[in-house]
Design a protein around this ligand. Structure first.
Ligand code: FAD
Ligand code: FES
Length: 291
């Protein structure tokens, strides 16, 4: 495709949109400057409309020739619900990036990826980069139920996949850490672990790998505002020291991470977030009612 990476024509337009589950959508967006610089572990901060919230989302894939980047967004609150309501042909207002420090790609040997929920989307580009670097990839993908499981086929193209669901509707019933403990018990402990998903899941993955001294890395998801190290909103505690997840991370040594402090900080605005989503749902229904 012939395109001028400095032209603003069609910028941030959704050129393809796919529903991956009831709440998870994949957006392929025209953003050539970002596509030209993206690396595994990078994320963007985007807004869907004027006055909208700035939302950090991982770069799942990128195509410098087409000038596109792929994002996978789970609608969990007001802003992500608004974003997933956009259709193919609509545009995001702005997309800033690539942001963050990309993961260091090297040959560990066997790399275990442990992904939970939409974290599987964030794990995929990292597993792909490690595969390209010659590592053997094993993945444990966890979801509450079969309907919320994403990218199983794509992850299977990279290596062995073990699926766990809370209700047993796909794969084995149980937690990702059950499958991880079985690997260790079978003498199949990996050389490094990358985990992305809910904070409690990442904490227990780190606790499970600690006795085996397996280097373990977790992608942290504190609330982010500017994404450039200016506001301090994304402060996390690593080895007892403060770090900014947006510039120093988002990937950190999981054995050094204070997950309890992170959980507390991310819960700080829960009431306001709930109210905002409820108001959005009410307004949305009202508008539907007027038509
Ligand atoms: C580096 C990074 C990469 C991420 N990648 C993805 C991804 O690829 N796909 C995806 O679906 N989600 C991703 N997230 C999470 C996503 O940013 C939040 O789900 C989103 O911000 C929620 O906003 P909301 O208004 O819809 O929900 P709200 O109801 O406002 O919040 C719900 C929860 O989302 C989190 N959150 C809210 N605002 C922010 C914010 N500004 N920054 C970070 N977290 C916030 C909080 O934990 C909050 O409790 C990522 C987060 C980070 C930090
Ligand atoms: S988001 Fe502001 S310092 Fe990281």
């Amino acid at each position: 495709m012939n395109h001028d990476i400095y032209s603003t024509e069609g910028l941030y337009k959704i050129v393809e949109k796919t529903e991956l589950s009831e709440t998870i959508s994949q957006h392929v967006i025209y953003a050539p400057l970002i596509a030209a610089k993206a690396k595994a572990g990078h994320f963007v901060i985007l807004r869907s409309r004027e006055g909208g919230e700035r939302i950090p989302v991982t770069l799942v894939d990128w195509n410098p020739e087409r000038g596109t980047v792929t994002l996978i967004i789970q609608a969990i609150g007001k802003s992500t619900t608004e974003m997933n309501a956009l259709k193919q042909g609509d545009s995001f207002l702005d997309v800033a990036g690539p942001l963050g420090t990309p993961v260091e790609i090297k040959n560990w040997g066997t790399v275990l990826g442990v992904g939970g929920g939409v974290g599987i989307a964030e794990l995929y580009p990292i597993a792909r980069a490690y595969k390209e670097a010659g590592n053997k990839i094993v993945s444990i993908l966890g979801a509450r139920n079969k309907g919320l499981l994403i990218l199983e086929k794509e992850m299977a193209e990279l290596g062995e996949v073990i699926v766990t669901t809370d209700d047993g509707s796909a794969g084995r019933k149980g937690l990702v850490t059950d499958a991880m403990n079985d690997l260790y018990a079978a003498g199949r402990g990996p050389d490094a672990i990358f985990t992305i998903g809910p904070i409690p899941m990442m904490k227990f993955v780190a606790l499970a790998s600690l006795p085996h001294k397996t280097p373990t890395f977790a992608s942290l998801n504190p609330v982010m505002l500017d994404g450039t190290g200016m506001c301090g909103g994304c402060r996390v505690e690593i080895g007892g020291k403060p770090k900014f997840a947006c510039v120093d991370g988002p990937m950190f040594d999981a054995h050094q991470t204070n997950f309890d402090a992170l959980l507390k900080r991310t819960a700080a605005y829960r009431e306001q977030e709930k109210e905002s989503l409820e108001r959005y749902a009410r307004d949305h229904q009202c508008r539907i009612g007027l038509h």
